[in-house]
Design a protein around this ligand. Structure first.
Ligand code: GLC
Length: 472
């Protein structure tokens, strides 16, 4: 009987983890995603939500940006086409940032800040009641009712993406600094503490959980990208309720790691991980300049080469890159970001087989650079950054060194070209099991303008020598 029980347990755990890895398969294979931060903050080009929270912009000035949020040149099909051209296989859009403005058709009402909360947070400013109201609190705080865009902007985005086979992800901020029942308002001020007024907190929770249910019903997102979790514990957010709201009707949905016990993958932000992130699946989210939303004064863009080098670092560690763009208030995408996505697309398209559906590359010590491995472990892809400081490709051939590969090399070529890469083996002792060191000479004329990929086909599944050298 006992044995049976343990057997059952083993089988069900096995089934569970198998279904989990099947559920995460598309995400693990997708490698590149585009993050879209779009909201009222694009109107004045201030930082998304943080500008009022940190007091660099008065709250009323910030919220008045809604009056300029027109989306009058918004072309969701053009967005989806650009995202597809970049080679991204999923996109994540802000359905609602920390400022509380919903971009979809929410029916939930956001209570207006009360006079006393206002006076505590802004002792020197007059309470904007009635005709100066920041928003019409009888209607939901959404782009439909409170902005000249006057419509739900998420439906067209999700439809256009899915039409192109791109997975749809919904970013949603758990915290909502505009909501009259949310404890925190500005960095220095709280409306109240949960322990002082649990009922008020429960009202907020009901609102937030219902919004998530709306998003789930209206879009059935392939992925949820929660943010703003740091202000409360998972228990306070009602994370298990959120999990069941989503998974009861949308069992395949993937959750990012900002509700850690329920998250499927780790989400390092801006900074490259040096050691493997906590969860097996992971994604680095990265701005294309230094801002998430549209900020025209921020011209500190990463070069295409920098983004691609970061991307290949992610690939090497088996992770994804979620690269951010910040559309303008009229819905157009800044030209620097369009160019960046197109240039990335040129590269991803040429090197697709070294990117999508691959696994992490060689462990440290075998090759001084990034690499990926095909799922059957028979093809190795080495990434070579061969750009000179002025951005032009290197002019001389490049000699790569690869150590500890026990397999026979069947062929080596520059991916996306017809150029073969001569392979020379040195230091092989005929009677020792230790493999020789390989030198691969990549001809200058086959180098890519950004990152060159050398494809190495092996006779059998990759077999690495991990010893201390010498004869054994
Ligand atoms: C941070 C910020 C937020 C941004 C997010 C994207 O958590 O709060 O503004 O949307 O990063 O990762």
């Amino acid at each position: 009987m006992k044995k049976c029980f343990f057997l059952f347990l083993l089988v069900s755990v096995g089934v569970q983890s198998q279904t989990d890895s099947t559920r995460l398969q598309w995400f693990n294979d997708a490698k590149l995603g585009i993050f879209i931060h779009w909201g009222m903050y694009a109107v004045n080009g201030t930082s998304e939500s943080w500008s009022f929270h940190n007091g660099t912009v008065p709250y009323d000035t910030y919220m008045h940006q809604m009056k300029g949020f027109t989306a009058n040149r918004f072309d969701p099909e053009a967005w989806a086409a650009l995202i597809q051209e970049s080679g991204a296989r999923y996109a994540v859009i802000t359905t609602q940032h920390h400022d509380g403005l919903a971009l979809w058709n929410t029916l939930e009402l956001t209570p207006y800040p009360s006079k006393s909360d206002w006076n505590t947070s802004f002792p020197n400013s007059t309470y904007p009641a009635a005709k100066n109201a920041l928003w019409d609190a009888k209607k939901p705080l959404s782009t439909i009712y409170q902005t000249p865009a006057a419509r739900d902007l998420i439906t067209p985005v999700s439809n256009a993406l899915r039409k192109k086979g791109i997975h749809f992800g919904a970013y949603y901020s758990l915290l909502d600094w505009s909501h009259g029942d949310y404890p925190k308002f500005l960095k220095e001020t709280d409306r109240y503490q949960i322990t002082q007024d649990p009922q008020r907190w429960n009202r907020f929770l009901r609102f937030m959980h219902r919004q998530i249910a709306e998003i789930n019903t209206q879009f059935s997102p392939d992925l949820y990208w929660f943010d703003g979790d740091w202000e409360h514990t998972e228990a306070e957010w009602g994370a298990s309720t959120i999990d069941s709201i989503i998974h009861t009707s949308n069992p395949k949905a993937i959750l990012n790691g900002r509700l850690p016990s329920y998250g499927d993958y780790s989400t390092p932000e801006q900074n490259m991980p040096i050691t493997h992130p906590e969860k097996k699946s992971w994604e680095l989210c990265l701005t294309s300049n230094e801002s998430w939303g549209y900020q025209p004064t921020d011209t500190h863009y990463k070069t295409t080469n920098e983004v691609l080098r970061i991307f290949t670092e992610c690939l090497n560690m088996g992770g994804n890159l979620l690269l951010d763009i910040g559309p303008k208030a009229d819905g157009t995408i800044p030209e620097e970001q369009v160019r960046l996505l197109k240039e990335i697309g040129r590269w991803t398209n040429k090197h697709a087989e070294a990117i999508y559906g691959t696994n992490a590359g060689l462990p440290y010590g075998h090759y001084h650079g990034n690499s990926t491995l095909s799922k059957d472990r028979k093809t190795l892809y080495l990434f070579v950054n061969a750009v000179r400081p002025d951005g032009t490709p290197a002019q001389a051939s490049i000699d790569l060194m690869l150590k500890g590969v026990k397999n026979q090399v069947v062929s080596a070529e520059v991916l996306g070209t017809t150029t073969n890469v001569p392979v020379k083996t040195v230091g092989k002792i005929s009677w020792s099991r230790v493999p020789g060191t390989l030198f691969l000479n990549v001809p200058a004329e086959a180098l890519d303008a950004e990152i060159t990929v050398v494809k190495i086909v092996l006779d059998t599944s990759l077999d690495l020598y991990r010893g201390q050298g010498g004869f054994h």
